[in-house]
Design a protein around this ligand. Structure first.
Ligand code: PLP
Length: 394
């Protein structure tokens, strides 16, 4: 049997990443002999607890937090739900007040749909979705124009998963804090790719996902600045300081810790070697493919992501042809696969219909080599040419 992962050119790292071999190795004992319950009094459990504590330190270190400020969750999705529902519901129940949510139109569904649900249920009295310009950026003046008070939670992603556009989190968080509001950021795509330090950035809550930084799927973490009040999503035992009930997913927590330690060591490579490959890919595709156009601000972007549209052709078809060459890329958001609608991100950016349909995202990682990029540059102009001839629009 051929091993597909040996031959595949994987350029879909914003959808998920491979588990780093070092991470897998760190996890293995906890899927085997080290199976104790960290809450047990005996030494067999206490030993496990120490490994969880170590993982908490590793996650905290990557973002400049204190270990006590990290809660392990099942995913980035859970962390985002925890921040929004945790704030809004505690506001309802404890302070007997309705909350206001301010977010951006290009948020991941785990923020967007949670915010909309809270509004529909009446838990949040108001929901503002800030528009973005054609570069995928919000206007700081739009935030200034809104009423922000201690009843307000502002949730703006650190970096967008489809375009890689990085938001000015420090400036936004400072504005929110100066009015006494709470600031949450979905940092799932940013953590491990760009330096983050919550000692310097006044964010109150932040979401992390394991499988976007070479840990497994199904593990995440949430940062809550010490003193931030919120109600837990999961009620049960006293795990995670009473902030999330449920016996800890020990192997995955250990894996996330190791992945964060690795990410800290590789962030420089991400911003030099990986970025240089991304830039070369982007430059060549924009030059060599007819009707190619970059989506998202060129300047403020994650080092690993490029999102390009090809006028009048169908993104799904591009992906299928790339797949035949063993190249894995994505049409913006994995969640929109199978639907003919352009993604909500492309719609929010006002990308014209003739371009929005072919939005193609290439997202790299430290596991890519120059040959991967050579291959894409070699095949892409031909794919675009062929599809344009077939296009009903052209
Ligand atoms: C992947 C992703 C999430 C969700 O993380 P999961 O661990 O898959 O639930 C949230 N936000 C962004 C920006 C993402 O890219």
């Amino acid at each position: 049997m051929s091993n597909a992962s040996n031959t595949i050119i994987y350029l879909d790292n914003n959808a998920t990443t491979r588990i780093a071999p070092e991470v897998l190795e760190a996890m293995m004992p906890f899927l085997g002999d080290s199976y104790g319950n960290p809450s047990s009094i005996h030494r067999f459990g206490g030993m496990i607890r120490r490994h969880i504590n170590r993982a908490r330190e590793q996650v905290a270190a990557l973002i400049g937090a204190e270990p006590e400020e990290i809660v392990f969750t099942s995913s980035g999705t859970e962390s985002n739900n925890m921040a929004l529902k945790g704030f809004v519901q505690s506001h309802n129940h404890i302070h007997k007040k309705s909350a206001q949510i301010i977010t951006a139109a290009v948020e991941h569904p785990s923020v967007r749909n949670t915010a909309r649900l809270l509004k529909d249920e009446g838990a949040a009295a108001e929901l503002v979705e800030l528009p973005v310009d054609e570069g995928g950026m919000i206007a700081l003046s739009d935030i200034d124009a809104k009423r922000i008070d201690p009843d307000t939670i502002v949730s703006i992603m650190w970096a967008n998963n489809e375009t890689g556009v990085i938001f000015p989190i420090d400036k936004i968080a400072e504005k929110v804090k100066s009015h006494g509001g709470i600031f949450h950021t979905d940092a799932v795509q940013a953590v491990g790719k760009i330096p983050i330090n919550v000692k310097k950035s006044p964010v109150d809550m932040l979401a992390i996902s394991g499988h976007k930084l070479h840990a497994p799927k199904g593990i995440g973490a949430a940062y809550f600045r010490a003193g931030t009040s919120f109600s837990p999503l999961l009620h049960g035992g006293h795990q995670e300081n009473g902030l999330r009930g449920g016996t800890e997913n020990v192997p995955y927590i250990v894996g996330l810790g190791k992945a964060c330690e690795l990410a800290a060591a590789r962030i420089e490579e991400e911003n030099t070697r990986v970025k240089a490959m991304r830039d070369r890919l982007e430059r060549n595709l924009l030059e060599k493919c007819k009707g190619a156009k970059l989506n998202g601000l060129a300047a403020e972007r994650l080092p690993n992501t490029t999102n390009i549209s090809f006028e009048n052709i169908e993104g799904e078809a591009i992906l299928l042809y790339l797949d035949e060459h063993g190249i894995a890329a994505s049409s913006g958001s994995a969640c929109t696969t199978g639907s003919l609608e352009p993604s909500h991100v492309m719609i929010a950016m006002g990308i014209p219909y003739s371009y929005a349909h072919s939005s193609t995202r290439f997202s790299l990682s430290v596991y890519n080599a120059e040959e991967d990029i050579d291959k894409v540059i070699a095949v892409m102009p031909g794919i675009v040419e062929k599809l344009r001839q077939l296009s009903p629009f052209a």
